[in-house]
Design a protein around this ligand. Sequence first.
Ligand code: ATP
Ligand code: MG
Length: 146
Amino acid sequence: MFNTILLAYDGSDHAQNALKTAAGLAKTHGAALHLVHTPQIDTPHIVIGAFVSQIEHPPTADQIEEAGKHITDKAVSEAKAEGVEVTEVHISNDSPAPFILATAEKTGADLIVLGRRGLGAVGALALGSVSQAVAHSAKCACLTVV
Ligand code: ATP
Ligand code: MG
């Protein structure tokens, strides 16, 4: 039923749940699994760096990119542990939702899997802004994992 699944991963526990679901679906459907990540300033490794160095040394673009790479490497090995090889990793410093949507079109994804909330999690019930924007504009099925 699904041929190409796109997992949007931000390194949060919610995205971790989405990874397990996406990997399970990829196995069941024999689908390719693509991974998309846009490293943001609130990426955990960056938060630690920014906290330590405070205002004097905000993270550089290279540091943000490095933290993003670290996160996607982790996701790729976790998918492997679930028995799935990630077909391709798509990484960019664009805004998350537009890049997730563009990557879905580029890869011909027929399913996008995301967490309900992400790194900015505050409330347990509401949808995060990325989940909302992707669900609103996606041209394929979209699964929001709790
Ligand atoms: P907000 O960002 O609006 O404060 P939030 O962080 O709790 O809220 P979202 O950002 O909407 O919630 O995250 C929901 C899901 O969207 C995540 O679990 C992840 O699957 C995906 N996502 C969010 N940010 C990114 C990102 N930078 N790169 C890839 N996927 C992302
Ligand atoms: Mg977020």
